[in-house]
Write a protein that binds this ligand. Structure first.
Ligand code: 5MM
Length: 339
């Protein structure tokens, strides 16, 4: 492991107030999003959409790194350029999703464990030759009646630690993503309790597996009430709960936290991130940024509709959403900028 390489990659990704664009939807997720937008669900349409994203001019002003899916890193733009190369030319560092998805955890019918460790060392070596300098692995934790169980948390943080070790061995920065889902009726306090428990278990496991915390990026959820909860908290309450939770569980040696949006609207995700950075500036030992997928991409996907004639408009929308997220990362966002 070469720590300076890892630290340098992280510094480059987040330089000048930038964040990460997550564009690593797996085929089933891509299919679901395209279906909802009325776009044909073919590999060629996925390629055209990813080309739209990576060729958006000026995207590197707010995006320092973009996470690709395996299919995408093997695809080319119309000009015959590999997607990762197109990103690099645009001044954006390519990253790669390396997990193989969340699968049912045997004997725990409502819980999932993320798979993909087999052959990961070899896959990382290949992705590195394609230009990937960071990677991502997402664990999924659901809140519900009697869940998450300790077994589910244990299985997921174990896999995250093993993945992080293999990445660091290859001088690839691991994004460690333990996502506590917003699905459910749980309160913000329940989300706080579960997120804190998962993060504490995660950092204990990372310690045991000798992960260099200075060479990781943490990608957590914000602390919010479930979508079905009757009490939805204010922006200030979410920001405060999120900061308190992270301060209680995330060591200061972690250089950067990049939130997922998790199904929050682009505006709400930006408001939360902004308030965290603006109101709690002096309580954050880490860079606090974003690694949004839906909260940056969704309006652009809706505008594109799979039509070549809509590419320019969709790219303008994408660029503007990325700029708003970057403003929130600096604590300079205001809802008037939405106009
Ligand atoms: C883009 O979606 C990523 C991959 O998910 P699947 O394996 O389910 O297709 C996902 O990990 C994403 O990077 C994060 O959840 C952040 O996305 P959101 O939309 O929550 O910001």
């Amino acid at each position: 492991m070469n720590t300076p390489i890892l630290k340098n990659t992280i510094a480059e990704i987040f330089a000048n107030g930038k964040g990460i664009l997550a564009m690593d939807e797996s085929t089933p997720t891509c299919k679901k999003r395209f279906e909802a937008a009325g776009i044909p669900q073919t590999s060629e349409m996925y390629r055209q959409y990813r080309e739209l994203l990576v060729t958006t001019s000026g995207l590197n002003e707010s995006i320092g790194g973009a996470i690709l899916f395996d299919e995408t890193i093997r695809q080319q733009t119309d000009a015959g350029e590999p997607m990762a190369k197109a990103l690099m030319k645009a001044g954006i560092i390519p990253g790669i999703k390396v997990d193989m998805g969340a699968k049912p955890l045997p004997e725990f019918p409502t819980e999932l464990v993320t798979e993909g460790l087999d052959g990961l060392r070899e896959r990382l070596a290949e992705y590195k030759t394609m230009g990937a300098r960071f990677a991502k692995w997402r664990a999924v934790i659901t809140i519900g009646e009697g869940i998450p169980t300790d077994a589910c948390i244990k299985a997921n943080v174990h896999a995250l630690a093993r993945y992080a070790g293999l990445c660091q061995e290859a001088d690839i920065v691991p994004i460690v993503e333990p996502e506590v889902l917003m699905d459910g009726n749980h309160s913000m306090q329940q989300c706080y309790n579960v997120t804190e428990k998962v993060l504490k278990a995660l950092f204990s496991e990372l310690y045991q597996f000798k992960i260099d915390l200075e060479g990781i990026i943490l990608k957590p959820n914000m602390v919010v009430a479930g979508k079905g909860c009757l009490i939805q908290n204010s922006v200030d309450e979410v920001a405060e709960a999120t900061v308190n939770c992270l301060r209680s569980a995330v060591p200061a040696s972690v250089p950067a936290i990049a939130f997922l949006s998790g199904g929050q609207s682009p505006k709400v995700a930006a408001e939360h991130l902004n308030t965290i950075n603006k109101n709690f500036k002096n309580r954050l030992p880490w860079i606090v940024a974003f690694s949004f997928a839906r909260a940056i991409q969704q309006p652009a996907l809706d505008a594109w509709k799979g039509e070549q004639s809509n590419v320019k408009e969709a790219q303008e929308i994408l660029s503007s959403r990325a700029k708003l997220a970057a403003a929130a990362r600096r604590g300079e966002y205001s809802s008037s900028m939405e106009e």
